[in-house]
Structure formats: C-alpha cells, structure tokens
Ligand binder design. Structure first.
Ligand code: PEP
Length: 249
C-alpha cells in the first residue's frame, strides 16, 4: 500500500499565548468565511484554554476543528492549574499539542511526561500531536536523529495501537518563531527518519507535520516532500489570509 495516498494533509495553527475575544472573533470569522478555498486538507487551530468555548461556538459546523496546546497527564483531582483531557473533550477538542518545544524548554517537560500526556489524550479520544525537534546546538553537532529518537522512544513504547492514533510534528527548535526554516530537503530527511521508526512499529500511515516558520511562501515546497503530511503553524496562523493560503498550498 502506498501510505502517501492514504495520508490526508493536515494543517494545525498554534495560536500560542496570543489573542483576545475581540481579535479571535475577527480571525475565526475570517477562517469560516475563507475555508472553502481549502481542499483535501484537515484544518485545525490549537488555542489557549480560556478561548476553547469561544472557538468551539464559532467553528462548530465549519469543517475546521480545534484543540488545546497542552493537557495534564492526570484524569482529575488536586492538580491546581492543570486541565484534564476530559475537560478538553467537554469543549469538543479533537487535538492537543504535547511536548511543544516551548513546554519542554520553559516548563521542563521530559520525554516520559510527554508520552504520559499523549496517553491521557488518547484515553479521552483526543488526538495528541506529539512535537519533537532538536536545538541548534544539537543540529550543529550532528545529533538530530539521536535527539528525535530519544524524544520519540517513550511515545513509541506505548505501542502500535496507540501510536496509530497520533500525529507527530517535527519542529526544529532553531526554526520556531525565528524566521529560519529547514529546507524542504533537510525536513524530508528527518521526516523519513521518523517514518522509518513508525514503519518499524507497523504504523507507517501516521501523519508527520513540519513546523518552524511555515509561511504561504514556503508551504508548497515543504508539502511537495513525500514524508511531509502538513504543517504545525505558529505565527502565521494568527493571520487569516496567510493561514488559509498555507492550507490551500
Ligand atoms: C509553533 O509554535 O509550533 C511554530 C512552528 O511556530 P512558528 O510557525 O511561529 O515558527
């Protein structure tokens, strides 16, 4: 089976910690009005927790799905400040980012914790988007594959049935929010490395997104690569036209 044929393109916007109810309303109205230009692509936004209600009300029935940017590994209890996967389900979330580099770096999230969060999401029927990626120093030291393998190990250890329901996002840390993008060939090389690990587990059809300063001007060349199944988009997802043009690429 040619797995490239069964892997539908997926473009997810990561709003990070941006937005107000007023600015969100403009963005969401624009997305709903313009989504018709997007074909053969799943389109989604991952938004700050307080806006999930607004986003679910605005996007319901639009064909655009939504999710969150983090989730607790715990189901419920005395975990002040945390948000559980069942709470995300309550707001109709289809996706949740886990292990974004900003959470790994700024909040000390370990590879094991990321896998635990992915499992918590799966248990609630939410697709975890597991983010992996190397720093500039690691890339320059030729350690990219080693780092990706280490980050993925506890996730892959959850087993084929679990991993089959996930999405992987390769986001080189040096390309996030910096304006620097991996060349399509550089990204493809890492995606192929990830695909090989997924194939070894028996789940080659899992979608692998690229993230790191994706814009309308570079989306097409990235999407032309055989193992790049879409994008995780930060900054450009806050600009309606730009985000839609990426998804339409
Ligand atoms: C991200 O936040 O996941 C991201 C890829 O950001 P940017 O597109 O701004 O580099």
């Amino acid at each position: 089976m040619n797995t490239a044929l069964v892997r539908k393109r997926l473009v997810i916007g990561n709003w990070k910690m941006h937005g107000t109810q007023a600015s969100n309303a403009m963005l969401l109205t624009g997305l709903c009005a313009g989504v018709a230009v997007v074909h053969d692509c799943d389109l989604a936004v991952c938004v700050p927790f307080p806006y999930l209600g607004q986003v679910s009300a605005s996007l319901h029935g639009s064909g655009i799905s939504w999710g969150a940017q983090d989730v607790s590994k715990h189901e419920q209890g005395a975990f002040t400040g945390e948000v559980s996967s069942s709470m995300l389900t309550d707001f109709g979330c289809r996706w949740v980012l886990v292990g974004h580099s900003e959470r790994r770096t700024l909040h000390g999230e370990t590879d094991t914790l990321v896998a635990e969060k992915a499992l918590a999401a799966l248990k609630a029927g939410i697709t975890p988007v597991v983010c992996v990626g190397e720093t500039l120093a690691e890339q320059e030291a030729g350690r990219t594959n080693e780092v990706i393998q280490r980050q993925l190990a506890p996730v892959l250890a959850l087993g084929a049935d679990s991993v089959a329901k996930m999405v992987i996002a390769y986001e080189p840390v040096w390309a996030i929010g910096t304006g620097l993008t991996a060349t399509p060939e550089q990204a493809q090389e890492v995606h192929a490395f990830i695909r090989a690990q997924l194939s070894e587990l028996g789940v080659p059809q899992v979608r692998i997104l690229y993230g790191g300063s994706v814009k309308a001007s570079n989306a097409l060349s990235l999407f032309a690569m055989s193992d790049i199944d879409g994008a995780l988009v930060g900054g450009a997802s806050l600009v309606t036209e730009e985000f839609l043009r990426i998804a339409a690429a």
